[in-house]
Structure formats: structure tokens, C-alpha cells
Design a protein. Structure first.
Lengths: 300, 167
């Protein structure tokens, strides 16, 4: 029995050692990846919006029905806090190494050389701090679940549809109606709005919140998380369900908070979601119905 | 040595030159990379009239000649540091908004906060063939900026509105 216990302890010890080695390997790979990515940090890419619909197209819009996309958005935490001491240690080690290198680089060439030798010290120090400060995986999962429960993705989607219709009525002379929550779907599961022709609706503006997330930075142990909301818009002609225009917008919130801070005051998240809804709704109405780009030089 | 002086001089000149913009250009305060510190909590803001001479030139015989009843929309946001770090400030809170201003100038009617950075933008609102239309909100363009700062970026809200700081 004693032997069995010793074997088990040895086995557990080896597993811990093996886990630590695996984490260190991952740290090494991440360190190299971080170094490569740092070089590319200046090259942020973000897709551009297509040109707004032409005036000729806009003339044919007539009565517009605003509809919800079929799939309610998913809520996710992307690059959130480290889950457990292992992940915390890895991230802490990376941060420690990065700060050591960064600090050395600020001191000039000699500092840079010195920081290369001090890199392991920074990494180990950061690893210890990260390992100690990281919350357990269970605690992080529990917080994520609690935050998810406080949001209703379907309500957010419906609020956006209503806000777009309201903004459309305020800002344009067009007629906007809101379709009932269930999108009209044919037997193949595709949206089918052709029956709307009968009540004089010529155009459907379909709005889908495809992503709702709190986004952080993977390199930090307990990162500041910002709200991100991605919305896809399609404009369809009811006569033949032809797609006239489509775009995609991503709201990225300004004020970030840690997961614990967002949970401490759920009202803060509701306010931020409301702000996102307002900003996105206005941008959709602007792009689809109102904005005329300035003439480009040389285009006659 | 002379070369070094020339490089330093050119760099300083570049910093002091007003920035390029997309949209109606601000005339006061001018668009510099550092937000100008204003002397009043109720600043007077002025910008280009629409249509601009270049719009008429670039769109000869096009839609610009059919523009009627031009007015202007103005917005001011309180700026806040962007925790993502890729920009200095982002429009945290809309604090002032005016629609359908008759002329391309406006004196802020309610005092803004002391020692605060603000972002502001304008656009023209007009009738085109009897329909209400607007120009895009004006933004700063900075050399070497990323596509996230492009006026046509799919990322909202824009971070590159014009800026000023209050005394």
C-alpha cells in the first residue's frame, strides 16, 4: 500500500514535471511568436466598408422592413484572464521577458545586451508573479458563466433591429417596419421575404449580430476586456430575394475592465451594450440610406 | 552636421504642419497632431463650407450640382484614453450635438469641462433630388495610419475625429 502511494506520488510528481516542461515549451514558442508579432504590430489590418448603395438603388427602396438575422449572437470572452496557475505562469513569464527586453532596449545598446542576459531572470520572476496571481480555471469559468447569464443575446439582437428602425424613421423620410422576431424562412432553411411584396414592402434590411464578446489580450494574466460587437447587414429585394447590398461593422468599446470588474457592476455592461447598439444602428442607417461619399478627384 | 540640422528642421516642420483630413476641413481650431489647447470652455468652431470648390471641380455635371438646402451637423465627444493603446483617445461620451446648423461655424452654447480632451466632427446635411442626404463625418488622416483608422473602416466608432483640449 505504501509502495502504491509512493508510486502514485512519483507518478503525480512526474506529471507535474511534465506539465511544467510542456508549459515551458509553450512559453518558448509563444515568446518566439510574440517577438515575430511585435515586428508586425504596426501593420494592423481592418477590412473597409463597401461603398454605400447608389442613389439609383436607393430610389427603389420604398417601404423597408427591418428583420432579425436567423441566428442569435453568441457571447464569448476572447483572450480573457489566465485560467489557473500554469497558464498564469506562462503569461507572466512572457510578460516578464518582454518587460526585461523592453526596459533594456530603452537604455540603449548596452542595456539591450544586458537585458538579453537578464531575460531568464525576468521570465522566471514574471512566471512566479503570474502563477501566484492567476485565478483558478474553475473560478474564471464561473465568472464567465455568470456574465453570460446577465446578457440576453436575443434581446440585444432585437434591440438593435428596433433601434435601426427608429433611427431610420428619425433620420430619413422612408417608411420602416419591424418584422416579427422569427425571420421568414423557406423549406430549405433560407430567408425568404417574397411574401412581403403583397403588403407593399419592397426591401428588407436584415440585421444579424454575429458576435458579442469581451476581448482582452492573450499576453496578460488578467487583461482589461473591451466589448466587441460584430453586426452583418444585408439589404434584400423582396420581389426576388436578390441581395442588393451587404456590409459588416464591428463596434470596439473604449473603456476596458477586468472580468471581475465587469461582474461587480452588471449595469456597466448593459450601458456599454446599449452604447454599442446606438453607435452601430446609426452607422447602419447612415451607410445604407444617407451617406453620399465626396466626389473623388478625376472622376467626371 | 548640416544634414542633421536639415533633418531635425524638416521633422519639426512636419510636426507643426496641419494634418490632412477626410471630409470638411476644420478652419478653427486647425487639425494638428497634438490637440490644440483652446482659451475658452465655449469655443467657436469653424469649418469648410459644402460643397467645396474641389467637389464642384471633381464632380462637374454630377450630383453635387443638384445639392440643395445645405446645413451642418456638429458633434463633440469627451475623449478618453484608449486602453488598447493603439490610439491616444477615443470618443467616450457624446456631450454636445447640433443638427442642421445654417452656417459652417458654431460657438458651443454650454460650457465644456476644464482641462479635458475633446473630439469633434462635422458633416454636411443636404437635399439631393428631394431626399435627405449627408456627407461622411470628417476625420483626421495621419501619415502611415493603419486601416483601422481609415474613414471607411468597418470598425466603429472612429478614433480619428478632430481634437482640442479645454483650458
Amino acid at each position: 500500500m505504501v509502495r502504491a502511494a509512493v508510486r502514485r506520488r512519483n507518478f503525480l510528481g512526474l506529471r507535474v514535471l511534465s506539465d511544467a516542461r510542456s508549459e515551458l515549451r509553450r512559453a518558448g514558442v509563444l515568446l518566439v511568436a510574440a517577438a515575430v508579432l511585435t515586428g508586425c504590430a504596426g501593420q494592423k489590418t481592418s477590412p473597409l466598408l463597401p461603398p454605400p448603395p447608389s442613389e439609383r438603388l436607393r430610389l427603389g427602396f420604398g417601404k423597408v422592413a427591418v428583420a432579425s438575422g436567423r441566428f442569435p449572437p453568441t457571447f464569448d470572452i476572447v483572450d480573457g484572464p489566465a485560467k489557473g496557475a500554469g497558464q498564469g505562469a506562462v503569461r507572466g513569464a512572457l510578460l516578464g521577458a518582454a518587460y526585461t527586453m523592453g526596459g533594456g532596449a530603452l537604455a540603449g545598446p548596452i542595456g539591450l545586451v544586458a537585458s538579453t542576459f537578464l531575460l531568464p531572470v525576468g521570465a522566471v520572476g514574471g512566471g512566479i508573479v503570474g502563477g501566484v496571481t492567476a485565478e483558478s480555471a474553475a473560478k474564471v469559468e464561473e465568472r464567465v458563466a455568470a456574465l453570460s447569464r446577465s446578457l440576453s443575446p436575443r434581446k440585444i439582437q432585437n434591440d438593435l433591429v428596433n433601434r435601426v428602425a427608429g433611427t431610420g424613421r428619425e433620420q430619413t423620410s422612408g417608411t420602416f417596419t419591424v418584422l416579427a422576431e422569427r425571420t421568414m424562412v423557406n423549406l430549405n432553411g433560407r430567408a425568404d421575404y417574397r411574401s412581403l411584396v403583397e403588403d407593399g414592402t419592397r426591401t428588407v434590411l436584415e440585421i444579424s449580430v454575429v458576435e458579442l464578446a469581451l476581448r482582452g489580450r492573450a499576453a496578460e494574466v488578467d487583461p482589461s476586456l473591451n466589448l466587441a460587437m460584430t453586426v452583418k447587414t444585408r439589404l434584400l429585394r423582396t420581389a426576388d430575394d436578390a441581395e442588393l447590398y451587404r456590409n459588416s461593422l464591428t463596434y470596439s468599446g473604449g473603456r476596458g475592465r477586468t472580468l471581475a470588474e465587469w461582474l461587480d457592476d452588471e449595469e456597466l455592461l448593459r450601458v456599454e451594450v446599449d452604447r454599442a447598439t446606438e453607435v452601430v444602428a446609426e452607422k447602419i442607417v447612415d451607410e445604407v440610406f444617407l451617406v453620399v461619399p465626396f466626389p473623388r478627384p478625376g472622376k467626371h | 552636421m548640416r544634414g542633421l540640422v536639415a533633418v531635425v528642421f524638416l521633422s519639426l516642420a512636419a510636426c507643426a504642419a496641419p494634418l490632412e483630413v477626410a471630409g470638411l476641413r476644420p478652419l478653427s481650431p486647425e487639425p494638428f497632431s497634438r490637440p490644440p489647447k483652446l482659451e475658452s470652455l465655449q469655443p467657436e468652431l469653424r469649418w469648410e463650407r459644402f460643397p467645396r470648390p474641389m467637389d464642384l471641380k471633381d464632380d462637374r455635371g454630377g450630383w453635387v450640382s443638384r445639392v440643395r438646402h445645405v446645413t451642418y451637423d456638429l458633434r463633440i465627444w469627451r475623449g478618453s484614453r484608449d486602453p488598447n493603446g493603439y490610439q491616444e483617445v477615443y470618443p467616450a461620451e457624446l456631450v454636445y450635438s447640433r443638427t442642421a446648423l445654417a452656417t459652417p461655424e458654431h460657438t458651443v452654447e454650454t460650457p465644456l469641462e476644464h482641462d479635458t480632451q475633446y473630439l469633434w466632427s462635422v458633416r454636411a446635411r443636404f437635399e439631393l433630388d428631394g431626399q435627405q442626404r449627408v456627407t461622411p463625418w470628417s476625420v483626421l488622416l495621419q501619415p502611415g495610419q493603419s486601416t483601422i483608422d481609415d474613414p471607411r473602416s468597418m470598425s466603429v466608432p472612429p478614433r480619428r475625429y478632430y481634437r482640442f483640449a479645454t483650458p
